[in-house]
Design a protein around this ligand. Structure first.
Ligand SMILES: [Fe+2]
Length: 434
């Protein structure tokens, strides 16, 4: 099957043929959802689905995705029935050209009401494929350029499914990067579910319908908490996703690579992450230089102080996300996947003598001299000052009676790998995982 797909794989992206380009009929602002804006957020929270690719565009995109080159280099499977393709833009000029074309950028930027910029090339066209089969090769054998229309009969359980009560395909979360465009490459006729739910400021969940074939949604997923409902009734579901940040001076982004670090090719991810963060800082420096050059003297010092503070915290986040590769490997070997870190932390807080356990680990016996200890004190001081704290899982005000500790700090910074090592040092890891 792959060789048949290969024959026509080298297609050139042509916006006249491949784009559909119609703006969204509705956008939801943060204000509409009663969500407070943050220093890193912009106005639009989400759009309704809108046409992006024509049918020819969908076929060409699928042809590019299912080329042997992409499948060979980009395929992985986090679970049976799910095939993921990452970094496809490095192996397909069609995918790369489509996402980076000025017309595509314009369409998506207008949908978000801010100029958007792709964060890094590894985040172009992250593709999730739900299909039949347990192994990668079994799933690959199901792929076909033509979107599948075979229906799967719905069971009573399917019909009664409620993602807010049962399990959702992706539970409540914030994305790694500020904006995401989720584009549907499958025929959704007869599909049940597949919507995105957004948590509003009142705690109510807003249901945003899922996109149809060739359509997509833009979501400020790094700033709004959301979940993806399971989809049923269809034999395949293929979505392809690209992540963006706002290309605006003085709007810093809220990105983390926590959710990608454990399964990505770390040397590539780290290189692109560092380049993207440095590029942003460079543009901020240039912007301030231009502002300062406008007058003969510098009278507004607050502008420079604010700039320095923003750059410092941006640079610190950039560096902290780069956990040394050998540490990632040894931690993964010792503790396994890091995905359950939050559950472990919930459980740990119910352990008898929890606070004494936490107090055992000090700067003298764990990570001596590491800047994380200074970070902890800084956050504790910010909490004492009553400030809202930024974290990898959204902003929060500390309301717990116990003291904010290193476990909280490591998860706040999106460092579950180091958290597991710290939890082990408290003596709580082993009993909790028995
Ligand atoms: Fe998401």
């Amino acid at each position: 099957m792959i060789s048949r797909l290969e024959e026509t794989a080298q297609e050139v992206f042509d916006p006249e043929i491949h784009l559909a380009c119609e703006p969204p009929t509705k956008k939801f602002t943060l204000e509409d959802l009663n969500l407070q804006p943050s220093p890193t957020s912009t106005k639009i929270a989400a759009t309704l689905p809108f046409p992006i690719l024509s049918l020819e565009g969908v076929r060409a995109y699928r042809r590019a995705l299912f080329s042997q080159e992409v499948l060979h280099h980009c395929g992985g499977s986090p679970a049976p029935g799910t095939l993921t393709l990452r970094n496809a833009a490095s192996f397909s000029s069609f995918i790369s050209d489509f996402w980076s074309h000025p017309k595509t950028t314009q369409l998506l930027s207008e949908a978000a009401d801010v100029p958007l910029k792709i964060v890094m090339s590894t985040e172009i066209g992250h593709t999730n494929i739900q299909t039949k089969g347990g192994s990668v090769s079994e799933m690959v054998s199901q792929l076909n350029v033509e979107p599948q229309t075979t229906k799967v009969p719905l069971t009573d359980e399917d019909r009664a499914y409620d993602p807010l009560k049962g399990s959702s395909i992706i539970p409540w979360h914030y994305d790694s990067y500020p904006y995401v465009c989720v584009l549907m490459l499958s025929d959704t006729e007869g599909m049940l579910g597949g919507e995105t739910y957004i948590k509003t400021g009142d705690g109510v969940s807003l249901k945003v319908e899922g996109p149809k074939l060739g359509s997509g949604v833009v979501l400020q997923g790094g700033e709004v908490e959301h979940l993806a409902a399971r989809s049923m009734g269809v034999s395949e579901r293929i979505t392809t996703i690209t992540s963006f940040c706002a290309d605006l001076p003085r709007v810093y982004d809220s990105s983390y690579i926590t959710n990608l670090r454990w399964y990505s090719d770390r040397p590539t991810l780290y290189k692109q992450w560092t380049e993207y963060r440095l590029e942003k800082m460079k543009r901020e420096i240039e912007h301030l230089q231009e502002q300062i050059a406008l007058s003969p003297t510098l009278s507004d010092l607050s502008q420079v102080q604010k700039f320095a503070q923003d750059q410092l915290s941006y640079l610190k986040r950039t560096a902290r996300q780069l956990i040394p590769i050998e540490d990632c490997e040894s931690i993964a070997e010792k503790y396994g996947p890091v995905r359950n870190a939050f559950n472990l932390w919930e459980k740990a807080q119910t352990v008898m003598g929890f606070e004494q356990r936490v107090a055992i680990v000090t700067p003298h016996n764990w990570q001596q001299g590491n800047d994380l200890w200074t970070d902890l004190i800084e956050t504790q001081l910010a909490i004492q000052a009553g400030r809202t704290i930024e974290s990898q899982r959204g902003r929060f005000k500390w309301t717990k009676e116990r003291q904010y500790c290193m476990g909280d700090e490591l998860l706040r910074q999106g460092l579950p790998e180091i958290f597991l090592s710290w939890l082990d040092a408290t003596g709580m890891y082993r009993p909790l995982t028995l």
